[in-house]
Design a protein around this ligand. Sequence first.
Ligand code: ZN
Length: 457
Amino acid sequence: MPEFPEVHTVIETLKEFTLGKTVTSVDVLRAKNVEGNLNDLINCKIESFEQIGKFIIFHFSNKKILISHLRMEGKYFLRNKDEKYQKHDIASLTFSDKTSLVYNDVRKFGILKVSSEDKYMEEEPLSKVGPDPFKLKDPKYLLDHFKNKSIPIKTALLDQSIMSGLGNIYVDEVLFECRIHPETPAKTVNLCDCSHILEASREILTKAIEQGGSTIKSYHPKEGVSGNFQVSLKVYGKKDGTCVRCGHHLRKIFVGGRGTTYCPKCQRNPTIQEVIAITGPIGSGKSAVLNVFEKLGYECLDADVITHELYKDKKIQDGIRKIVPELVIKNGDIDRDYLRKYLLNNPNKKRRLEKYVHPLVSDVIINRIKKAKTKVAMEVPLLFESHLDDFADKIIYVDSSLENRKKRLEKRDKNYNETLLINKDYDLENKKKATHVIVNNDGVASLEENIKSTFCR
Ligand SMILES: [Zn+2]
């Protein structure tokens, strides 16, 4: 779908090939897409063009106006008057120089509307189009329009009745530039944010227009003018990429049904509580660390506990049975001893099972983080692999000697050697990604002291 800069480029091309021409006849091939009488334009000369949001406005002599919106796939073609019509042609204007401007629309969502100078701004659709970032001078306008809205800022910026010009692509780019999380409630942004949004919108659109402009010469209306330029985007469409600012991987979510890419580190969600993530190899004493945070009043989430809760869900058991057909259920719960042995001998199945279960666990954790009323501590052994580090403000890596780890496992788990073996693929490189390392070799009292002195200041 063409956005504001592409529409700008279409207008530049239309100017080049039709400005000053006089209409001698018109044809309507699909009346559904045309509002008003195109015959009103006969004997009128195209005097100028104007862009309002993503609308193209033709200003004719005799105070006549033609409003055009390309929607998904609308295109203009300049042809010779005698050329045959093609599939999906909607309407045409023929000029005195025997050329015709043909509007073609494969998806048929575009509109053409005839109006006049005295009323075109007062009637729909233009009466509902807000000013674009170039016409908007005062950021307070945005603040006033956002102040009562609980909807996400992304949705508010897509609302063309507030400000026109930003579509899905450029909203993501603007919010990234301003370090604002797309789900931030519109009413919580301040004047400084609004000023930043306005500036970034102008800058990004200008750059896109310039880049579009640099290829305009290769666009001739005979080939159809739709405008579809590659611009240097930093987040849009780059869900597998990394942040150009901080190097963190980008994340894709859906906001108001629209695909949205952002950097979880640069664009923190202000509606969620502070989150401390606890990770580290098996037996390092992560749970002891979590217990300390529980005492300190944190809401605690434990990925292992959540996994075991999910294992009791009948639907999830059925899902797991598709991977492990020999699954044993005891008293409504999965026999975990059996499952562990099975996975030890079937590493491929282990990978498939993880691929199925991990996203379910992540969803539960993300939902609980979003609903939390106090600060959150979460224990997630595979923190980075699950990308739950996206939500963490601080990351604690719990370290402990192998000897201590074995001792801890021995106490709670008769199969501790197998457990160590099945968890051997923990990536020790993860230690470098943590913001805090806690060495847990000296018992609970010392651990508690250590955590309090670091996190309760
Ligand atoms: Zn970043």
